[in-house]
Design a protein around this ligand. Structure first.
Ligand SMILES: *Cc1c(COP(=O)(O)O)cnc(C)c1O
Length: 365
């Protein structure tokens, strides 16, 4: 059996480091906002090439707090419109609507499944104030073109980098391609904690400080509250785990890239559409997603051969009950992608024999 994802096997490689990190935190007697978080924030900012990284409780919180901070700073206000990809995980959009901002859905580029800059411009109105680009599956959106549009219309450009730790676009890393970025350290992400976690990266001093304050009850100084804030912080123990795993992230990305390259070379089946890497992109292969008109049959065929798969994602945000106000919107490309995609196993600890089994099965479908 080849599971779609095997976190036990992935984390087993780090066991001695993780155990030592846990012991250090346990014995420190300090579990929130301490040295381990400070250290990880410094390391993660250096890794991304950003001035700041602020640890928060999850990827959704990272994005939500970016928008909330822009509101607190008077850059955004309730009712403003934010361009978002229609083809994304729902958390991207929740972060916008949670702040009383209006998500405006835009269809993807049919090759990369990421936000299509040509279609963004058609959706810009006098109320548009920001673009949220998602680096879906681990490759960056077309940030050069999006940056150009954002600049022309005076919009903030925000990255949802939850799937893209270490991804590059023309040599520049995710997390530094816009005004601010949200990362997730959910266990299944390429850089995953052993629980929830997230971070905001930015070069903007005021924004970084405001995100940090908002995530700490709105308080910059103990018992003095500037904003009606939240509690959203990265735990010391998760930060300590993440420092251990961050040290190996480049190697993880290289291994995932080698497997993806092998898949792209060896998978050969007219029934399948393979992923396409956009111009200038260094993909980190959070997910390897194929497309087929016969998805249910393919999923069953692989399952019969002991290969686990997942669908990212089965229902687009505009068809979710949570957004029933969008039930009548038609987004044919997004809908087609959601009907046809299937994610096959790709993770750094897959063995050569397992990789071969997966290729053989896909070619035999
Ligand atoms: C995982 C994910 C999120 C949310 O991150 P959490 O840490 O699970 O809250 C947001 N956007 C995308 C694209 C994601 O994949």
């Amino acid at each position: 059996m080849i599971p779609f994802l095997d976190l036990k096997r992935i984390n087993a490689r780090y066991a001695p480091g993780l155990e030592a990190a846990a012991k250090r935190v346990i014995e420190s007697g300090w579990y929130i906002r301490g040295e381990a978080v400070e250290r990880f924030e410094r390391e993660f900012a250096a890794y991304c090439g950003s001035k700041y990284a602020v640890g928060v409780a999850s990827g959704l919180d990272a994005l939500t707090l970016i928008f909330r901070a822009y509101k607190a700073l008077g850059v955004l206000k309730e009712g403003d419109e934010v361009i978002v990809p229609a083809n994304t995980y729902i958390a991207s959009i929740l972060a916008v609507s949670a702040n009383g901002l209006r998500p405006v859905l835009v269809e993807p580029d049919p090759q990369t499944y990421n936000l299509d800059p040509n279609r963004v411009e058609e959706k810009i109105s006098p109320k548009t104030r920001a673009i949220l680009a998602v680096h879906l599956y681990g490759q960056c959106a077309d940030m050069g073109a999006l940056h150009e549009v954002a600049k022309r219309y005076g919009l903030k450009l925000i990255e949802d980098a939850a799937q893209a730790h270490g991804a590059k676009h023309f040599g520049v890393k995710a997390g530094t391609l816009g005004d601010a970025a949200g990362f997730s350290f959910y266990p299944g992400k390429n850089l995953g904690a052993l629980g929830d976690g997230g971070a905001v990266t930015t070069d903007d001093t005021e924004l970084a400080e405001t995100v940090r304050i908002l995530g700490n009850y709105g308080s910059a100084k103990k018992y003095e509250n500037r904003y009606k804030g939240y509690n959203s912080r990265l735990d010391e123990i998760q930060a300590a785990f993440l420092s251990v795993k961050l040290a190996a992230l480049d190697e993880v990305v290289a291994r995932r890239n080698a497997i993806a390259t092998y898949y792209l070379e060896k998978i050969n089946n007219d029934k399948l559409v393979l992923p396409v890497v956009g111009e200038g992109n260094e993909h980190v292969w959070h997910l390897f997603v194929v497309r087929t008109k016969e998805r249910e049959a393919l999923q069953r065929f692989l399952s019969d051969r002991g290969i686990g798969t997942m669908i990212h994602y089965p229902i687009p945000p505009h068809k979710q009950e949570a957004y029933r106000e969008w039930a009548d919107i038609s987004l044919p490309l997004t809908e087609q992608i959601h009907r046809e995609v299937l994610s096959i196993p790709l993770y750094e600890v897959l063995e050569a024999e397992e990789i071969e089994t997966i290729v053989t099965a896909l070619n035999g479908f």
